[in-house]
Design a protein around this ligand. Structure first.
Ligand code: ADP
Ligand code: CP
Length: 314
């Protein structure tokens, strides 16, 4: 039975801090990982990909506001769907080309994915998800005063706008994603954490203004496709303890209970590394073989166990 692998491409790794966020930059960053996936495919792995959208959806919010007197502004759930299309398109185009270059003809398809959240999730009153560009503290103060934005520091990298990030509960298109995966298609699903929707009493769905964390959504995706390994790929090679301090040190392996302890100690911020560690713990505690947090640029080495931080049961 071939192994199934879920890989999450981080939004801040698709548009890296300091980049403008052009589509060419996003494709170039995605290509670095796609070039490394040929061996996985050749060795018979089933691949399910997902991706973040923090920088990208935040940039759409800015466009929304700058053009609001010219064209209608779109709600945040629609902007998330836009990023599923654009980043899904980038991955489809680049991965299809890289696999073909290696003599592998494997279909790649992005699925517009809705993810159910709870209407009363406390996250709606406590926005923590960083989106859009990085600002100086002075610029952030100005945006908070003049635009009423909620802003927060993002892992010592600068200040960013933050939006609600409710807990993902269910992937609506799970059957389609699973059927395509079992048919040998490389599926790009739950992009940007999924389009956040709530289920009304009559069973209908309605979009809500939020950005779900893609690492948390990746855990649900992994359990629904029966993944053996979950990769959370970002722009650092490993998880660190005392990150940003003189005593900073990388960690190669953590048991779920060690990771949970460090999480409780505040080692991993809620808007960046925290959700990755939470997702990794949830995956292995739900029976997954291992979760690996590593660099988008060193995916093959992470698969081979030569890079990344492994979170294992125990
Ligand atoms: N303990 C830690 N170890 C490593 N990176 C950390 C840690 N705490 C915070 N970070 C930050 O988390 C970032 C990755 O989270 P994030 O930017 O949200 O990822 P992505 O958008 O790629 O999924 C790293 O670039 C780093 O700046
Ligand atoms: N939605 C989401 O988790 O995006 P990032 O990967 O950019 O945080």
């Amino acid at each position: 039975m071939p192994q199934t692998v879920v890989m999450a491409f981080g939004g801040n790794a698709i548009t890296r801090p300091g980049e403008k966020g052009t589509f060419a930059e996003q494709k170039a960053n995605v290509a670095v990982t796609c070039r490394q996936l040929g061996d996985l495919v050749r060795n018979g792995y089933r691949l399910v990909l997902t991706h973040g959208n923090g920088p990208q959806v935040g940039n759409l919010l800015i466009k929304n506001e700058l053009a609001k007197d010219i064209v209608p502004a779109m709600p945040l759930d629609v902007l998330v769907s836009n990023t599923q299309g654009s980043i899904g398109y980038a991955i489809q185009q680049v991965l299809g080309y890289e696999l073909a270059r290696q003599g592998l003809q494997v279909p790649v398809a992005a699925v517009i994915t809705q993810v159910v959240v709870a209407a009363d999730d406390p996250a709606f009153q406590n926005p923590t998800k960083p989106v859009g560009p990085f600002y100086s503290e002075e610029e952030a103060q100005k945006l908070m005063q003049e635009r009423g934005y909620r802003m927060a520091e993002d892992s010592n990298r600068g200040w960013r706008r933050v939006v609600p990030s409710p807990k993902p509960l269910e992937i609506i298109e799970k059957e389609a994603i699973k059927a395509l995966t079992m048919a040998g298609v490389i599926v790009v699903a739950a992009g940007g954490g999924g389009i956040p929707v709530v289920r009304r009493p009559d069973g209908s769905l309605a979009g809500v203004e939020a950005v779900i964390d893609k690492d948390r959504a990746a855990t649900i995706l992994a359990s629904q496709v029966g993944a053996d390994v979950l990769f959370l790929l970002t722009d650092v090679e490993r998880v660190c303890l005392d990150y940003g301090r003189p005593t900073q040190r990388e960690v190669e392996e953590l048991t779920a209970s060690e990771a949970r302890r460090y999480l409780a100690e505040g080692q991993f911020p809620p808007g960046s590394m925290g959700p990755k560690v939470e997702a990794a713990i949830a995956f292995v505690e739900a029976g997954g073989e291992k979760a690996i947090i590593g660099s988008l640029a060193r995916a093959a080495e992470a698969v081979a166990g030569r890079s990344g931080t492994r979170i294992v049961a125990g």
